[in-house]
Design a protein around this ligand. Structure first.
Ligand SMILES: [Cu+2]
Length: 302
């Protein structure tokens, strides 16, 4: 399994919003509705618009293919490079791309004295709105702002900057079979982390939804199939190079900040036991979220 870097992680359901509402700050409402049921149930005057597609090219970390300006709304980003990845980040005004890359390097790179301050700054100033690793696709919802698209697996690569402009259209995420929510918990003054799961993975594959539910730290999701007789702890604590003897990675998402949702397709590696984890660093302890509770074994897939 790839050593996770800046890769991928209530009721969780479809987001159903207009940009006009978001601009007013009403970002983060949820409704358990499928793509089709929205139009029927709401009798809405905003018919769901087609999902807009963006094909991204990643050559050794140099990202291209994203238009310089996009209208706000939902997009499906497709990636063609099996060894690359894509992370979308909305920058808080005043926080630059150079600061972002510097902080990412400090937080996700080798341990350094400035890592804690960098993590706190990064989590406060960079809004992670989704991503994926490998040749796959994912759907993300973009509100107006200044964005950077970066390959988290291609240090030294060339990010692509783009702007998202307001435009009032209704958007909905694709229906999902299973939803994973990342939660931050406070108990006795200590932070811990947990997954909430609704639904089950389908043996035939499908679509997963991933949401960061609360707290001030982002998450990403790694999905792996455990090898027989091996635990999730063995799987996710493996540090060596080369193939993980305990499990096979199925996918890893990009990073998501609080109240963000993304969806992506998944294909399983046959029946068996699957587990999820998140490896974002907790600044207080320097530990990955996986070591603070964010590992979960899922019901067996038959
Ligand atoms: Cu996490």
């Amino acid at each position: 399994m790839r050593k996770p870097g800046l890769t991928t992680a209530t009721a969780i359901a479809s987001r159903d919003e207009t940009e006009a509402q978001q601009v007013k700050g009403r970002w983060g409402r949820w409704a358990a509705v499928s793509f089709a049921s929205v139009a029927v149930a709401a009798g809405c005057s905003f018919p769901p618009s087609p999902v807009r597609a963006v094909a991204v090219t990643d050559k050794a970390g140099a990202i291209s293919g994203i238009p310089g300006t996009l209208a706000a709304g939902q997009y499906t980003f497709s990636l063609s490079n099996a060894t690359g990845g894509l992370q979308l980040v909305r920058l808080t005004p005043g926080y630059t791309q150079a600061q972002l890359l510097s902080d990412v390097g400090a937080v996700f790179g080798p341990p350094s004295p400035g890592a804690k301050a960098a993590a706190e700054r990064l989590y406060a100033k960079a809004h992670f709105v989704g991503g994926a690793n490998g040749a796959t696709r994912f759907s993300a919802y973009l509100i107006p702002g200044s964005y950077v698209a970066v390959d988290p697996n291609g240090p030294g690569g060339r990010p692509e900057a783009f702007r998202v402009t307001p435009r009032g259209v209704r958007q909905n995420f694709p229906a999902a079979d299973v939803a994973f929510g990342g939660s931050m918990l406070m108990s006795g003054g200590h932070e811990s982390f947990a997954w909430q799961v609704i639904g089950n993975l389908k043996a035939s594959g499908g679509t997963l939804r991933f949401t960061t539910l609360n707290g001030d730290e982002p998450h990403f999701l790694v999905l792996a199939k455990l090898k027989a007789g091996h635990t999730a702890q063995q799987c996710f604590s493996f540090e060596g190079n080369g193939a993980n003897p305990n499990c096979d990675e199925v996918l890893s998402t990009g990073v998501l900040s609080t109240n963000e949702t993304m969806t992506m397709p998944y294909t399983l590696k046959g029946p068996g036991t699957y587990a999820i984890a998140c490896f974002v660093t907790n600044p207080e302890t320097g530990q990955p979220h996986a070591a603070l509770g964010m590992v979960r074994v899922l019901p067996p897939v038959r």
